[in-house]
Every structure is written in C-alpha cells, then in structure tokens.
Design a protein around this ligand. Structure first.
Ligand SMILES: C[S@@+](CC[C@H](N)C(=O)[O-])C[C@H]1O[C@@H](n2cnc3c(N)ncnc32)[C@H](O)[C@@H]1O
Length: 289
C-alpha cells in the first residue's frame, strides 16, 4: 500500500485540532497515564537538575506535566512556564495549576518559541517533542531559550513494538480501516525512536554532552476495558469519522473488541493489564558561548 503524502501545514493544523479534541477525554485517563508517567517525570527532573529558584520551560505540556512537578521543586523563588500547541490542553493545565503563583501555561508551538534568548535554566518535555516537523530547528530554538550550559531533559517514545501502551490500539484500528502506512520520517509518536538519529540532531543543533538512555514506563491498567476506554479517548476525530463511515459507528463493537483482545497477552492473572513501554530519555547541554 502506498504511504500518504506529508503536508507540513495541514499536519500542524490537524495536530492542534486533534489535541484540542482529545483534551476533554484525556483528563478521564490522566490518572492512569500520570501514574505510569510519574517515574519518567521524576527522572526528567533529576536529569535536568531542577532545583529551587530556577526558571523552567515545559514544552508540549498537555494537561500540565512535568510543569506541575517542576513548580513544586523550584518554589516561590523560581518560575515554570508550560507551553502547548492546543489551547484546550492549556486551559485544562491552568485548571490544575490554580492557586500556584510560580506557574503559568501559555499556548505556543515548540517550533516557533518567542521567548527572549537565555530565558530558562532548564527545558523539560514529556512526550511533547515528537510532533515537530523540523527537529533540528526545534532543538536550535530550545538551545536559544536556554542559558548557556542550561539543560534539556526530554522523554520520547521508542519504536511501536516496544510501546504497547501507545501502539496496540492504533495498530488494530489502522488494520480495520486499511490505513496506508505513515510516510517515512513523518512526525508522530514514534518519530524520535532512533537514539542515534536523535543524538545527531541534538548535536547538529549545537547541544553538547548528549546522552540518550532507555527507561521502561510501568503502565498498568485495571482491565482490558480500561485500555479500550483509553484508546477511545486518544484516537483523533478523523479516525472516529472513518470508523463511522466504514462500520456505521465510531463505537463499532467488533473494532473495540479487537482492541481489547490485543492486550490479552499482557493480562496478568488477577486481571490487570501491564503494558511496560520503552521511552528514550534525552539529556543535553545548551552551547556555552
Ligand atoms: C502525548 S501529549 C503529552 C502531554 C504531557 N506532556 C504529558 O506527558 O501528559 C503531547 C502534547 O504535545 C502537544 N504538541 C504537539 N505538537 C506540539 C508543538 N508543535 N508545540 C507544542 N506542543 C505540541 C500536544 O498538543 C499534546 O498536548
């Protein structure tokens, strides 16, 4: 099957619309996602050496992590800014941050940051970088907003076979809809899964001391039903429309039963579903001078 042609302008437009649409449901799954993601957040904070008094930027913050956790560390003498492309994600992050004076959330694109140079001591991102169209340019602009020697710490996904939490449901739906494969190199959840390529891109953008390590994210869901609910939340509206057109309903029972079956091999004797998923953690130092 031929792959679909990639249109960067349309892609950005769709990203914003998709994440806006996902934001309401995302909160209903936030507990599962944040429980699994919490050790990643802790590791990112450690890798970036976040400490009291620092200015921290979180890109692709979604509903607010790791910005919220960073704000608890930097304290009243520090400041955290979270940015996200999707205004509806930002409004949910703001709800979660209510009453915290050292934290602000703004709508913005990681590929066109308009902060002054050297605005931040550290940049964090938990699964917010993989949707950039030009990653080297994105890393350059992150280097620019960091102080010389400032730290970038970010989590991205490894390849789909190692990330069942994010890939299994989509693979089932893609098969049911006979979707063409994504164009090679297109931005998406798994676009930064090759450690050598990502390391080279960081170096090309001027970052030094680049380290890429592997981290197993311990996602556990209470049942296959919960996995189905999670996927119903995170699939973009366009796929729901395609399911409706093809099977008469976005809730097509056969499709969702197949999504549930996909996690059977991951079901534990007591019924929970363990979907340990491999993330790559990037740590890099902004150029000095
Ligand atoms: C997988 S979510 C991660 C959210 C959050 N960091 C977390 O770990 O729960 C990815 C987020 O990246 C945002 N995003 C995608 N492309 C972006 C861009 N070019 N600039 C800023 N944010 C972007 C999406 O709107 C979405 O909220």
């Amino acid at each position: 099957m031929a792959s679909a042609e990639f249109d960067p302008v349309n892609f950005k437009h769709l990203q914003r619309a998709n994440w806006n649409a996902i934001s309401a449901g995302w909160m209903s799954c936030a507990a599962d996602f944040d429980t699994g993601g919490a050790p990643v957040t802790a590791k990112l904070l450690e890798l970036a050496g976040v400490r009291p008094g620092q200015r921290v930027l979180d890109v692709g913050t979604g509903t607010g992590e790791p910005a919220l956790s960073a704000a608890a560390i930097v304290g009243a003498s520090g400041a955290v800014t979270g940015i996200d492309l999707a205004p509806d994600m930002i409004s949910r992050a703001r709800d979660r941050a209510r009453g915290k004076g050292n934290l602000e959330f703004v709508v913005g694109d990681v590929e066109s940051l308009d902060f002054p140079a050297a605005s931040f001591d550290a940049v964090l991102s938990r699964w917010g970088l993989m949707f950039a169209v030009d990653r080297v340019e994105m890393f350059r602009s992150l280097a620019r907003v960091l102080v010389p020697g400032g730290l970038l710490a970010a989590a991205v996904w490894a390849g789909p076979a190692d990330v069942p939490m994010m890939s299994l449901g989509f693979q089932v739906i893609a098969r049911r809809l006979e979707l063409p494969p994504a164009p090679p190199g297109a931005p998406g959840p798994f676009s930064m899964s090759d450690p050598d390529t990502v390391g080279a891109e960081l170096a090309k953008a001027g970052f030094g001391d680049v380290e890429v390590t592997v981290f197993r994210v311990p996602f556990v869901l209470e049942s296959p039903r919960r996995f189905i609910e999670f996927n119903k939340v995170v699939i973009p509206p366009g796929l729901k429309t395609m399911l409706r057109e093809r099977f008469g309903s976005a809730d097509d029972p056969e499709t969702w039963a197949a999504v549930g079956e996909a996690v059977e091999p991951y079901r534990r004797p007591e019924g929970t579903v363990a979907l340990p998923s491999k993330a790559l953690l990037l740590r890099a130092v902004a150029p000095i001078g």
